[in-house]
Structure formats: C-alpha cells, structure tokens
Design a protein around this ligand. Structure first.
Ligand code: 3HC
Length: 309
C-alpha cells in the first residue's frame, strides 16, 4: 500500500493521522498554517486581557484573570508543540509572527477599554473559541486533536468567569450595567467574525473538511454560537446589538445581521485598531526574553558536555 493509499484509508475511516504517517504536502502545509495561527492567537490573546490584571477590581478577580492569561500561554505552547511535530521549528513560527508574516485571530486586534471587556472577552470570545475548538478535538491530525481536548476544558472555565463578571455588573449600579452592555455592543460583531469569512469566501474550508481537519463550515459554527449567546444574554438581562437575529425553521440555522467584512479584511491586512501595538509588544517580549533563551541554551550545552565526558 502506498503512502497516499494509507493516508486516504485513514481519512476514509475517520482515523487519526500521526506524525510518523505519510501525509500529502498540502495536508502538512494547511496544518502548519492553521495550528501555528492558532498558537499565535493564544499568545497574542494574552495582551488584551493582561492589560487589566493590575486594574482588576478585587484580589479574587485579579487572581482569576492571571490564571486565565497563564492558561492562554499554555495553550500557545501546546499548539506550537503540535505544529513542531509537522517539521516546522518553533523559532521559525515565532520569527514569522514577529515579522508580521503570520496570521493570528482578528479578535485580538481590538482594544480592551473597560473592566467589562474582561467579561465580554470571556463570555463571547472564549465562548466562540469553544464552539470552534470542540469539533477540532476530532481533527484528523492526532497531536492537534489531542491538544484541543485539554484546551477546551480550560476554555469552559474562561467562558464562565467572563459570564460571571458580566452578571455581577449587570446586577450592579446603573453605570456598571451600562458598562457591561457597552462591552457586549463592541465585542459582539468581532466575535462572530472570529469564525472566518462567509462559506462562499472561505478558500480553505472545502479541502480542510475533506481532510477531517475542519468538521463544520465557518457559517455553521457561527450560527451555533449565535444560538448559544441569544439564550445566555437573557440571563444577563442585557441585549445583543443585532435586531436581525432569528431562528430559520427551514434551514435549522440561527441567522444574524450583516457583518462588516471590509473591517475584517482591514484587520487581516494589519490595519485593525491594535495590530501594530500587539506586534510591537510581542517583539519587545521576544527581545526581553533573549537572555533566558541564551541561558537555557548554555545550560543545556554544559549538561550535554558533562553527560558525554
Ligand atoms: N482571524 C485571522 N485570520 C482569519 C480569521 C480570523 N478570525 N478567519 C479566517 N482567517 C484567514 C484564514 O487564515 C485564511 O487565510 P490564510 O489562507 O492566509 O491562512 C483566510 O482568512 C480565509 O479563511 P478560511 O475560512 O478559508 O480559513 P480556515 O479554513 O483556516 O478557517 C478558522 C479559519 C476558522 C479561523 C480556522 O483556521 C480555525 O478553525 N482555526 C483554529 C481556531 C483558531 O485559530 N482560533 C483563533 C482564536 S484562538 C482563541 O480564541 C483563544 C481563546 O483562548 C480565546
């Protein structure tokens, strides 16, 4: 049986493809693309929330937010490790990100203006991530699917703590309630755009679904997410900034109002509200950490020298 035949047989029975299995170059390439982008998103995604760690309203909130930001760093490391099994060194992925050549999720290029944004990010952004990532637990590439299992467990904590922040504010003073509604108004549309362009404008979906990487289309997952938050927002006693949300009995899908895909394209082109700030901070962190990498490399070399002496 040729490598291609073995690969095709694995995909046909929805089995896992492992690092040592033969795989088409295109499969490997799209996995490196998606997994590295996912990892970059987790690492860049630490910035908007870290912005509020020193300004959290209580020690409890500060501790929870620190734990969440640390989780995101861990998610990035799991995903870089998964991408490395495909033969792409982490240094290369980091260099591509820092050079502005690599994508990361559009959502992290928006500013976090108030404490309520920590709630909106947890509830909406991590909620959208859960909708997108749970199916990825069944991705055909073993290391990716397995990394997703642990990440999804931690995402549910992220979503709940965000929802709790909004619930506290919604039941607080009128000013707090207004702050929560304002955050939802600003984060709603960008969180829907996290799922990617409309299906008809998604060049990667068809092949990605044929290879059992992507299980559902961008629009299908976006619809599921709308169906989830339209009920949850009632518990908050707040509203979603979209009068066009409705359930289409015929298609069985939740529909929503128009999204600004020109804005999405601008963000992807690096012209979003915070793109340059996010990359500058990432570059600075990489430079600040150079001494740690050098020290670790020197220590490893000395240990290697000792063990071979
Ligand atoms: N942000 C940035 N780029 C995006 C994007 C987004 N939200 N959605 C799509 N794109 C890009 C794609 O990368 C592709 O560009 P490329 O070919 O140059 O890479 C182009 O737009 C067309 O999109 P497609 O739909 O054809 O691309 P995909 O099939 O890759 O689908 C995706 C896009 C749904 C984001 C898919 O890549 C995916 O599921 N990725 C894994 C999940 C992920 O990366 N999530 C990011 C958020 S991480 C996060 O939420 C952290 C949490 O802790 C908060």
């Amino acid at each position: 049986m040729s490598g291609q035949e073995h690969f095709d047989a694995l995909i046909a029975v929805d089995a896992r493809v492992e690092p040592r299995d033969w795989m088409p170059d295109g499969y490997r390439k799209t996995l490196v693309r998606q997994i590295s982008q996912h990892a970059h998103s987790e690492i860049i995604g630490m910035q908007p929330e870290a912005n509020w760690i020193t300004r959290a309203p209580s020690l409890k909130r500060k501790a929870i937010l620190m734990a969440k930001v640390q989780d995101e760093a861990g998610h990035g490391l799991y995903l870089y490790s998964a991408a490395e099994t495909l033969g792409t060194p982490r240094d290369q992925m980091t260099a591509d990100l820092i050079a502005g050549k690599a994508r990361y999720s559009s959502i992290f290029n928006y500013p976090t203006l108030t404490w309520a944004d920590m709630g909106a990010i947890g509830w909406l952004v991590d909620g959208a991530a859960i909708c997108n990532q749970v199916p990825l637990c069944r991705a055909s590439y073993g290391p990716y699917g397995r990394a997703m299992v642990r990440i999804c467990k931690e995402e549910s904590f992220h979503q709940r703590q965000g929802f709790e922040i909004l619930l506290e504010l919604a039941n607080g003073t009128p000013a707090q309630r207004e702050m929560a509604q304002d955050a939802i108004n600003r984060w709603y549309a960008p969180s829907l755009m996290m799922f990617g362009p409309p299906d008809e404008d998604s060049p990667n979906s068809r092949q990605s679904m044929a290879w059992n990487i992507k299980r559902f289309s961008n629009d299908e997952l976006r619809s599921r997410f709308v169906g989830m938050i339209v009920e949850q927002v009632k518990v908050l006693g707040l509203t979603l900034p979209d009068a066009d949300i409705r359930f289409n009995e015929e298609t069985g899908r939740w529909e929503h109002g128009p999204l600004d895909w020109d804005e999405f394209s601008e963000v992807l082109a690096g012209r979003g509200p915070c793109n340059s700030q996010r990359l500058a901070r990432r570059r600075e962190a990489h430079e600040d950490g150079a001494w740690v990498r050098e020290a670790a490399a020197a220590y490893a070399a000395r240990q290697a020298g000792r063990s071979s002496a």
